[in-house]
Every structure is written in structure tokens, then in C-alpha cells.
Design a protein around this ligand. Sequence first.
Ligand SMILES: Cc1cc2nc3c(=O)[nH]c(=O)nc-3n(C[C@H](O)[C@H](O)[C@H](O)COP(=O)(O)OP(=O)(O)OC[C@H]3O[C@@H](n4cnc5c(N)ncnc54)[C@H](O)[C@@H]3O)c2cc1C
Length: 106
Amino acid sequence: MERQQGRLVEVAGSETLWPAELVLLALGFTGPVAGVLESFGVDTDARGNALAGSDAEGGYATSVPGVFAAGDMRRGQSLVVWAIREGRQAARAVDRFLMGHSDLPR
Ligand SMILES: Cc1cc2nc3c(=O)[nH]c(=O)nc-3n(C[C@H](O)[C@H](O)[C@H](O)COP(=O)(O)OP(=O)(O)OC[C@H]3O[C@@H](n4cnc5c(N)ncnc54)[C@H](O)[C@@H]3O)c2cc1C
């Protein structure tokens, strides 16, 4: 892979065969599955992540009403502490969207 304009892109012809008895794949820095975002019609940022802010008002809301995004899907590959924080804040945003208010902590 090589990084092009902030995205990892496969290098054509770079495939290599390695003899192995066991292969453990630990991959994940490839961004959200585009088909999922496309099927929801969610706008994406330049890196292919779901476009959504993290402001107190309107935070985590995507371009599609009722569709929220948080964690790696929103901010790109990052740390689990950010995913936890964003998940909690997004839960509050969803609660406010559904109920008009929320008692969940921000
Ligand atoms: C190899 C690797 C090592 C890492 N090491 C560290 C580390 O040492 N420290 C650290 O802080 N962070 C680390 N991270 C980053 C951390 O794991 C992520 O930032 C964090 O897990 C993001 O949480 P998330 O909930 O946003 O996304 P995820 O944890 O990726 O959760 C997304 C979930 O959605 C599910 N999903 C995807 N598509 C669909 C679908 N169509 N339908 C239903 N479910 C779906 C997936 O199966 C997954 O369970 C590492 C990441 C990787 C890949």
C-alpha cells in the first residue's frame, strides 16, 4: 500500500507470496466500508470517513437526518479512548434527537 492524498491505495503489481503455516490478519486502517456509507447516502470527508462534527449542538449527526457517526468511522483510525468518548457523546446526541433532551453525560 501507499498513501495518496491521505488514503492508503494498493500498489499495482506489488503482490508477493510468502510461505506460511499460520497467518493472523490484524488490519483495520482502511477506513469505513464505502458501500455502507453510500447505501445510507452519508456525505464523506476527503479521507472517506463519515462527515459529522463533534460539537455539543448537532454533534455526530451526518448529512442524513437520523444517521449518526462516531469513532473511527467519523474521525478515521485513532485510539480506543477516542472511540469510547465519541460513543458516549454520540449516544447523548441520539437521545436528544429522539427525545428532544438528554440526561446522559456529555
Ligand atoms: C491492529 C490495530 C491495533 C490497534 N491498537 C490500538 C492500541 O494499542 N491502542 C488504542 O487505543 N487503539 C488501538 N487501535 C485503534 C482502536 O482499536 C480503534 O480506534 C477503536 O476500536 C475504534 O472503535 P470504533 O467503535 O469506532 O470502531 P470498531 O472498534 O472498528 O467497531 C466497529 C464495529 O462495527 C462492526 N461493523 C462493521 N461493518 C458492519 C456492518 N456492515 N454491519 C454491522 N456491523 C459492522 C465491526 O465488526 C466492528 O465491531 C488499534 C486498531 C487496530 C486495527
